[in-house]
Design a protein. Structure first.
Length: 96
C-alpha cells in the first residue's frame, strides 16, 4: 500500500509558512487602507457624460472597498490563526 504525503503543497504551503505576525499586520493594514477608501466622499457629477462615468467608476471602487474592508482582514486573520497553529505543531515535533 502506498504511503500518502500529508505535507501541504503549493500556495497553501506558502501561506502557512508566513509567520502569523505578518498575517495580522497585513489584516490591520488592509483594513485601514480599505476603510479610508470606503469612507471617502464622492462628489456628485454634473450633466456631462465624462463626469457621470467618473462618478460610476468611483462608486464601484468605493463599494468594493466597503465590502473587502471586512472580507480581506478576516481572511488574513484566519491565515494567521492557521499559521500560528502550524508553528506550534512544528515546535511540538521539534521538541519531542
Amino acid at each position: 500500500m502506498a504511503e500518502t504525503d500529508s505535507t501541504p503543497k503549493g500556495f497553501r504551503n506558502f501561506i502557512l509558512a508566513v509567520p502569523y505576525q505578518w498575517h495580522l499586520a497585513l489584516a490591520v493594514a488592509v483594513y485601514l487602507i480599505l476603510h479610508a477608501l470606503a469612507a471617502r466622499e464622492i462628489p456628485l457629477p454634473d450633466q456631462s457624460p465624462e463626469s457621470t462615468a467618473l462618478y460610476a467608476h468611483r462608486l464601484v471602487w468605493k463599494t468594493a472597498a466597503s465590502l473587502f474592508q471586512y472580507i480581506l482582514p478576516a481572511a488574513f486573520s484566519l491565515a494567521g490563526i492557521f499559521s500560528f497553529r502550524r508553528g506550534r505543531e512544528y515546535d511540538r515535533r521539534i521538541n519531542k
